[in-house]
Design a protein around this ligand. Sequence first.
Ligand code: F0G
Length: 353
Amino acid sequence: MWKGILEHYRDYLPLSERTPIISLQEGNTPLVRAETLSRELNIDLYFKVEGANPTGSFKDRGMVVAIAKAVEEGSTAVICASTGNTSASAAAYAARVGLRAVVLVPEGHIAVGKLSQAVMYGAEVLAVKGNFDQALDIVRSISRDHPFTLVNSINPYRLEGQKTAAFEVCDRLGEAPDVLAIPVGNAGNISAYWKGFVEYHRAGVIRRLPQMWGFEAEGAAAIVRGEPIPNPETVATAIRIGNPASWKLAVQAQRESGGRIESVSDEEILRAYRLLAQAEGIFAEPASAASLAGVIKMREKGWLAPGTRVVAVLTGNGLKDPSTALEAVTVKPRVIPCDPEAVLRAISERGVR
Ligand code: F0G
């Protein structure tokens, strides 16, 4: 039986005898081959489906380590700023071990599913009239001066946990892929994956390293533009971040791996979002689709050779953001009378034979 990442990757994690082994059975997520898109793009494409984690995003991998270490260190309260997924995950793991959780989210710019998670798990949710970057500044200073453990990805235990996704990709494929494509927001996850690949390479588990390809949303592409963006905007609210905390680590991952950090427009994100669902049967949230949007864009530009093995990380579950889904599709539910004739009439436009 799968016991979660603390147990499974114990040898690679900074655990001591005093670290409580907690788990919601995070990790061990599917690596699904994209059958249709591999054919259409003429590459060997896989999706790492992180929406299958207990709270529906990759954050659970980092949060389980951060919360276990907080308990070990005697903390009684955690705090974070979040575009939504971190707050859901922090709230869940804090509830699991009985810690107080305070989460700051940008008012009006968080998907409804994520907000409902944080409140349901019993966190103290503060919707601030500002953006993620401003909220992060606030929780950083509060955690410096008060007994709150910061569980954003600047907490090094977060990246330690998140690197296990890279391990799983290699364990499943038997080797690293040629390219790892990933959305970039606060830039923690791309840094964590790179750390994971490098550690597996050093340990001799894999013989080569992948190129790290990170994709920011165009309206929040601080790293691509080379300067912070004071008012970031994108439909992908999870990565609506203008001054990524792990900026330097992300650029290091890109340079050392010979990869790229590029941007994708909201239009490209939404196209990939629908394509994922309708061509592959995978419903991921808009920010997650940035990885596929990037792969398609790079393929169109000729920067991706035919046959290349690519793993695109799908960071969060599509159900977190039902409003964007309903806005993104043209086929809406139709209201009809409850009788067989009406149903036949409705479906006959596209044929019933
Ligand atoms: N995808 C999703 C679904 C996310 O929630 C995030 C980040 C990212 C991608 C980007 O990852 O920040 O490590 O580069 N969400 C954070 C949050 C910021 O508060 O939930 P990153």
